[in-house]
Design a protein around this ligand. Structure first.
Ligand code: F6P
Length: 538
């Protein structure tokens, strides 16, 4: 593949810098809306299942043009083609990255070179869905509780999607997710279980992860101690390491492949809890939604390509406005674990400081991604979003149709969602604040000073994503949108979004410290670690 220049060495980057200094720093959203009545039309976009309003972002025609130029100069279309063609773009691990093959229809690939992978994918998918169907027949299976034991990518996807799709879920099955190597995670879950009615899924790509293996062994011991019979019916594995699963004593295993990154794996057999919850037909709809987004990402011109536009916006905010974080506010309680899911997807993918050649990059990469469902976040940290010293772009996710009957609550939820992005943008001047009556203020407090406390600067950017309903298909499309958006910013930064070497050092040091907790040997440790180790032992 042709070598493309580093993003900060392109003409477009220079143009963006110049434009930011001349117009970006002082850009005013309120004025932009006043001056251009068509702003919402040209800055809102349709992708499969997702409508994206980008108009409340600090963008003007020139910044958007330069960002699209940047994408071209950095070879985004060629890089996207390499990704989808299954080239080993995860070079530091010598692997292709083919999560798109996990949701391609049988007989197709998102690229012709994926046909072989897609065939294998469908074999496992069919077996996994047939098993899910068996278990969902609870009268025959006798299963009432499913416990997924896994961490990171082997946990966060199902843990996010199962509550998100609660409206579609089997009513006789309860789902539990155990990830932490803290007995406070597993213990309360086990308390409510009966071994003969429980299915444990041991989910681990490598089947070596300390946390997961420790919890899996503890669960197996509990099962035996409780008089559990027929372990092979009650423990299934999801892994690429079939040998290790067999050694653990698991006879029923659903495999996947090294070209599926952990944080991109909820479409594979890692999605088994989702399939158990919503059933085969809805699981296929989830995949179809993601596939529809893949098609949008692969074929829509960059100027209307929603994941690409969001990725470009991330670069604009991170590298020119120097915003350090982005807050995600899903206005749907079912999406309460989406921020945690996105933290791994984005920060494990793009939290990198060297480019593909191993050279330190002189610009910022992944922002901090965080959030809580609205309206809860409004009563916690939104104070800072509105009046704090940092500007933090917010991403609102609104769902038009609820799946409950409480329409009055839903109207209030939607009004809150709209009000927050409006308030962030409009703000409130000191004059407006002064003109207001303040019933609760201390009578002696200077009104002028008080009005300054009650001022909102406004001009704070946000994106609003709208789903018609939170269906399996829509959730699939939404998550795939985020995957491609993360890839876009990572590709522009020239980093490898698909490795995660940064988690290794802590793992190795933990292996060294574990025996020291018993032996009290502090040889070679720094004074702080040695002191803490002694303290935790005593
Ligand atoms: O935290 C590092 C990591 O490797 C993640 O990338 C991965 O999702 C998680 O650990 C779990 O790994 P495994 O599925 O192999 O247990």
């Amino acid at each position: 593949m042709k070598l493309h220049p580093r993003c900060d060495r392109t003409a477009a980057w220079a143009a963006l810098s110049g434009h930011f200094e001349a117009h970006g720093r002082d850009f005013d959203l309120r004025a932009a809306f006043r001056q251009d009545p068509t702003r919402f039309e040209w800055l809102s976009f349709e992708a499969p299942e997702v409508f994206a309003d980008l108009s409340k972002n600090l963008l003007d025609p020139a910044s958007l043009k330069f960002l699209l130029d940047l994408a071209q100069e950095c070879g985004l279309p060629q890089r996207r083609a390499a990704l989808l063609a299954g080239e080993p773009v995860n070079a530091t691990e010598g692997r292709a990255v083919l999560h798109t093959a996990l949701r391609a229809p049988a007989g197709e690939g998102s690229h012709s070179s994926q046909v072989h992978e897609v065939h294998e994918v469908h074999e496992v998918l069919n077996a996994m869905l047939a098993f899910a169907q068996e278990v969902r027949d609870t009268e025959h299976s006798g299963i009432t509780d499913v416990v997924n034991i896994g961490i990171g990518g082997s946990d966060l996807g199902p843990q996010m999607a199962v509550p998100a799709l609660d409206a579609f879920a089997h009513r006789q099955l309860r789902f539990h997710f155990v990830s932490n190597v803290d007995g406070h995670d597993l213990t309360p879950v086990l308390r409510s279980l009966h071994p003969q009615r429980t299915l444990f899924i041991i989910a681990s790509k490598t089947f070596t992860t300390q946390e997961t293996m420790a919890n899996a062994h503890a669960a197996r011991n509990w099962f035996d101690a409780q008089g559990g019979k027929d372990r092979s019916r009650h423990f299934v594995g999801v892994t690429t390491n079939l040998k290790a699963a067999a050694e653990f004593g698991i006879t029923r295993t659903f495999g996947f492949w090294d070209w599926v990154g952990g944080r991109y794996s909820m479409w594979s057999a890692i999605g088994l809890p989702i399939a158990l919850a919503i059933g085969p037909e809805h699981f296929r709809a989830l995949l179809a939604g993601a596939h529809a987004m893949d098609q949008h990402f692969a074929h829509t011109p960059l100027s209307r390509n929603v994941p690409v536009l969001l990725g470009l916006l991330d670069v604009w905010y991170r590298n020119f406005h120097h915003y350090t974080s982005r807050s995600v506010a899903p206005y749907h309680q079912g999406l309460r674990r989406l921020p945690a899911y996105l933290q791994q997807l984005e920060m494990e993918s793009n939290g990198k400081r060297v480019d593909m050649a191993g050279e330190p990059v002189p610009y910022a990469t992944s922002p901090v991604v965080w959030g809580e469902p609205g309206t809860n976040g409004q009563h916690a940290f939104f104070q800072m979003l509105h009046q704090g010293t940092d500007v933090i772009p917010v991403e609102f996710i609104a769902v038009k149709q609820p799946t409950h009957e409480l329409s009055d609550l839903h109207q209030k939820l939607l009004a809150n969602c709209l009000a927050q992005s409006q308030a962030l943008m409009e703000g409130k001047s000191a004059e407006q604040a002064l003109a207001e009556r303040v019933p609760t203020a201390a009578p002696t407090f200077d009104r002028g000073v008080l009005s300054r406390h009650r001022t909102f600067p406004g001009n704070r950017p946000s994106t609003t994503l709208v789903l018609e309903a939170l269906t399996p298909r829509a959730l699939g499309a939404l998550v795939a949108l985020y995957e491609h958006r993360v890839w876009t910013s990572g590709a522009l930064w020239g980093i490898n979004s698909f490795d995660q070497w940064g988690v290794e050092l802590g793992k190795a040091l933990c292996n060294d410290l574990l025996p020291r907790l018993s032996s009290a040997d502090t040889t070679g440790l720094d004074a702080s670690t040695a002191g803490l180790l002694q303290r935790l032992r005593s």
